[in-house]
Design a protein around this ligand. Structure first.
Ligand SMILES: CC(C)(COP(=O)(O)OP(=O)(O)OC[C@H]1O[C@@H](n2cnc3c(N)ncnc32)[C@H](O)[C@@H]1OP(=O)(O)O)[C@@H](O)C(=O)NCCC(=O)NCCS
Length: 240
């Protein structure tokens, strides 16, 4: 069962970044993140999902989709996302860039309704921080709570990062030449999985709201600085 301490710690990490300026590109944060706020994404995030996927290199697109998806194929994939049936999870940074996302697709075939497929991508500059693994855990929890018994991951055999994530979670990996399939049998939902998902979703939503507010705050501050700079320049020009 989730403890009160865990709840307090989660809210603390969701709010503590509010008035810190946005990170500079290429500069890695020194503090190790204890909690990664993950939120489920709806149709209003479509534009950011597209930007995220278009930001993947051709090699990463190949690993993610199994073929080197062109821009228009990515746009078609995003416009075909079914937010009602499937679950899309995302991790945003302080600049509101979608740095990691996962797609949990529920099987539509009548014989496989208790199966779901997992796909994930993390932007190159945000890798190696555990985001891929955290998204996997989150998808597992959601799948359990939705009555899924088997989670399925299709990956290229060369994709050791993805296969490591699946193996670490206990998945059975079957290699078939250049392709590999990983199967993870899921335990049934329990009160802990339901409560934990509720808390994690609420932390993810709160974190996102705070980031949006902070983003507006910094934009406003930058605008005020520009206005002040403009007034100072005009004053200097008239006095010289
Ligand atoms: C696969 C992918 C999602 C992993 O994301 P990530 O956030 O870097 O993953 P994690 O930080 O959780 O690390 C997962 C594993 O990858 C490996 N890994 C990640 N970064 C690494 C690095 N810099 N050096 C060595 N190994 C690394 C590790 O084995 C790690 O497992 P471990 O923590 O048990 O050692 C990411 O590489 C990606 O987006 N790739 C392109 C798309 C893709 O391949 N999608 C999967 C197909 S569906």
């Amino acid at each position: 069962m989730i403890s009160a301490h865990k709840l307090i710690k989660a809210s603390y990490y969701a709010g503590k970044d509010l008035f810190r300026p946005p990170l500079t590109e290429g500069v890695r944060p020194t503090a190790t993140a204890v909690m990664v706020p993950i939120r489920s994404l709806g149709p209003s995030h479509t534009e950011r999902i597209t930007q995220h996927l278009l930001g993947l290199s051709p090699a990463d697109r190949y690993l993610r989709f199994g073929y080197a998806a062109r821009d228009e194929q990515i746009e078609r994939y995003v416009s075909g996302l079914n937010f009602e049936r499937d679950e899309i999870f995302g991790i945003y940074n302080r600049r509101l860039e979608l740095i990691a996302m996962a797609h949990l697709a529920f099987a539509v075939e009548a014989d496989f309704t208790s199966c779901a497929e997992f796909g994930v991508s993390v932007l190159a500059h945000a890798r190696g921080r555990g985001y891929g693994a955290r998204l996997f855990d989150r998808a597992v929890m959601h799948a359990r709570n939705e009555g899924v018994h088997m989670m399925f991951i299709h990956a290229l055999s060369e994709n050791t990062n993805m296969l490591n994530i699946a193996r670490a979670a206990g998945a059975k990996v079957e290699r078939d030449g250049s392709d590999s399939d990983a199967y993870l049998r899921l335990p049934p939902a329990d009160i802990d999985s339901r409560m934990t998902e509720m808390v994690e979703e609420s932390v993810g939503q709160t974190d996102y709201t705070l980031k949006v507010q902070a983003h507006h705050f910094w934009s406003f501050l930058r605008m005020m600085q520009d206005v002040r700079r403009g007034m100072r320049d005009a004053r200097d020009r008239t006095s010289s």
